[in-house]
Design a protein around this ligand. Structure first.
Ligand code: FAD
Ligand code: FAD
Length: 462
């Protein structure tokens, strides 16, 4: 047993919630210790946002080259033969990206003078934990505890992970491309990965229990993704429930009540994520729960004094930028600043084909008194010049004062517009503010400008 550590702030978890809290604590001169059992960067940097986007990016290259190698070619470009794929090399490239970020996070924490303890933390009471390190047990006590334990993939009891039944983590590490991939769950993770594997050449079947893909969004916003799946040979079965597996593949109860088996080399189960609340003494900390999540107020305080919780552990949406924002805020509150987590929107992006951005209210959420205006990328020069004509930007605003309450977009590369959308909502922009802002030509952002103009009744290019 090593000597006990006492610190001002103890952070559990080195994901975006925890490591950002740590860096901000350091910047504010707070003595902080961060415990991580696995790898700095958490789910997001190691097995989530970043590696998935790396694989999606590579899959995009492969698909473009495949199209150029077809008889038709691509804009006059023809490759003499089909591209080949080495999955081990693709995975190694992806690992290189996450490694760079891992080391970056370690360096940032070091610069902020945050002490990192490697091992699994287990609490015996709200402010005391024992960390199992490679050198033995390390007791840590603290004035403040920030819980940032994150989340885990949901497992279906009749389809446990193991063998060829995989979660997103294993899917991002496959050394052999599955010839037949069956994806259970058409949420954003299943669709992002299913599309990437299709682009890499797998035969992909998606099984979804609801009657539509991406049920959080309206049909218009999702239609171009549904069209891509159809035209690119991805089979989607809606109102179909995965029920189990046999030697050949996935057993599914279809919409008509009949049972079918879909052959699969791999079955990717993406039926949601759940907060990581087990195995570390949460029950001994005396904090209240809100369903399966740790209950927090708008400052991320739990019901136990000076115990804070952030990120995926505290609720939906389980997104990196929410976790990081909350982590930063809690460090500032501990340092004496006045902060509250009350964003105008937590924008969300699906890195599907094409991409979807949603910030603020959908038309259905804004009510009948909203103005809704759409500008299609078919009328945007930049989208056409990138061969990315499908999609649109949609603006939702109040009729009375023209305040913008929601902005959505679907199309290639629209993820990069999300910052401008959330900035407008956060600043309380009116349609006239966007209409009166010069947007660079030729860019996709002009479609946003035009959507605002259209809401005001005077779009130029439509
Ligand atoms: P996590 O990142 O889960 O970090 C928690 C950390 O705590 C882990 O490293 C864990 O090892 C550690 N830990 C837990 N318990 C203990 C303990 N007792 N002792 C020591 N260490 C412990 N979000 C986006 O915004 N954009 C995306 O594009 C996106 N893509 C995703 C793709 C996939 C495939 C997945 C799975 C997720 C994706 N996400 C995305 C979600 C994003 O990864 C999470 O919202 C984010 O990582 C949450 O951060 P966090 O700090 O709350 O938790
Ligand atoms: P999910 O999106 O939960 O999708 C899983 C799908 O699997 C569901 O459609 C479900 O019907 C299906 N399914 C389950 N069981 C079966 C079965 N046996 N057979 C077939 N299908 C099955 N969370 C919110 O609460 N509110 C939000 O507004 C919100 N917005 C988000 C927007 C974006 C762009 C992103 C990236 C995330 C958002 N989230 C939101 C959070 C998201 O729901 C969670 O991060 C996470 O659960 C998503 O993981 P997933 O894709 O695996 O699952």
């Amino acid at each position: 047993m090593t000597e006990a550590i006492h610190t001002k702030v103890l952070i559990i978890g080195g994901g975006p919630g925890g490591y950002v809290a740590g860096i901000r604590c350091g910047q504010l001169g707070l003595d902080a210790v961060l415990v991580e059992s696995h790898r700095l960067g958490g789910t997001c940097l190691n097995v989530g946002c970043i590696p998935s986007k790396a694989v999606i990016h590579s899959a995009g290259y492969f698909e473009t080259m495949t199209r150029a190698a077809s008889a038709k070619g691509l804009h006059g470009i023809k490759l003499a033969s089909q591209p080949t794929l080495s999955m081990p090399e693709l995975v190694a490239w992806k690992d290189g990206v996450t490694k760079k970020l891992n080391t970056g996070v370690a360096a940032l924490l070091k610069r902020a003078k945050v002490r990192v303890v490697e091992g699994w933390a287990n609490f015996s009471d709200a402010k005391t934990c024992t960390v199992k390190t490679k050198d033995g047990d390390q007791i840590i006590t603290a004035e403040h505890v920030i819980l940032a334990n994150g989340s885990k993939a949901v497992e279906l009891p009749f389809l446990p992970f193991g063998g060829n039944v995989i979660s997103s983590t294993e899917a991002l590490d496959l050394k052999t491309l599955p010839k037949k991939l069956v994806v259970v769950g058409a949420g954003y993770i299943g669709l992002e990965l299913g599309i990437a594997f299709r682009k890499l050449g797998s035969e992909v079947t998606i099984v979804e229990a609801m009657d539509r893909i991406l049920p959080l969004y309206d049909a218009d916003l999702v239609a171009p993704v549904a069209k891509w799946l159809k035209t690119n040979g991805v089979t989607v079965h809606l109102s179909a429930k995965a029920k189990g597996r046999d030697k050949t593949g996935l057993i599914v109860e279809m919409a008509d009540g009949k049972t079918e088996t879909f052959p699969a080399d791999n079955i990717l189960v993406t039926v949601g994520r759940k907060p990581a609340t087990e195995g570390w003494g949460l029950e001994k900390m005396g904090v209240d729960m809100a369903g399966r999540f740790v209950k927090v107020d708008d400052q991320c305080r739990t019901s136990m004094k000076n115990v804070w919780a952030v990120g995926d552990l505290v609720g939906e949406p389980m997104l990196e930028h929410k976790a990081a924002t909350q982590g930063e805020m809690v460090a500032e509150i501990i340092a004496g600043k006045k902060r509250r987590f009350h964003p105008a929107s937590i924008p969300a992006v699906c890195f599907t084909e094409p991409e979807i951005v949603s910030a603020g209210l959908l038309p259905s959420e804004a009510g009948p008194d909203a103005i809704v205006a759409v500008f299609p990328f078919m009328a945007n020069g930049r989208a056409l010049s990138m061969d990315a004509g499908e999609g649109f930007v949609r603006v939702v605003a109040r009729k009375d004062d023209h305040r913008i309450v929601g902005i959505q977009a679907i199309g290639q590369h629209v993820a990069e517009l999300s910052g401008e959308f959330s900035h407008a909502l956060e600043m309380g922009s009116r349609l006239e503010d966007v209409a009166g802002t010069i947007h660079v030509h030729p860019t996709l952002s002009e479609a946003y400008h035009e959507a605002a103009l259209r809401a005001l009744g005077h779009a130029i290019h439509i």
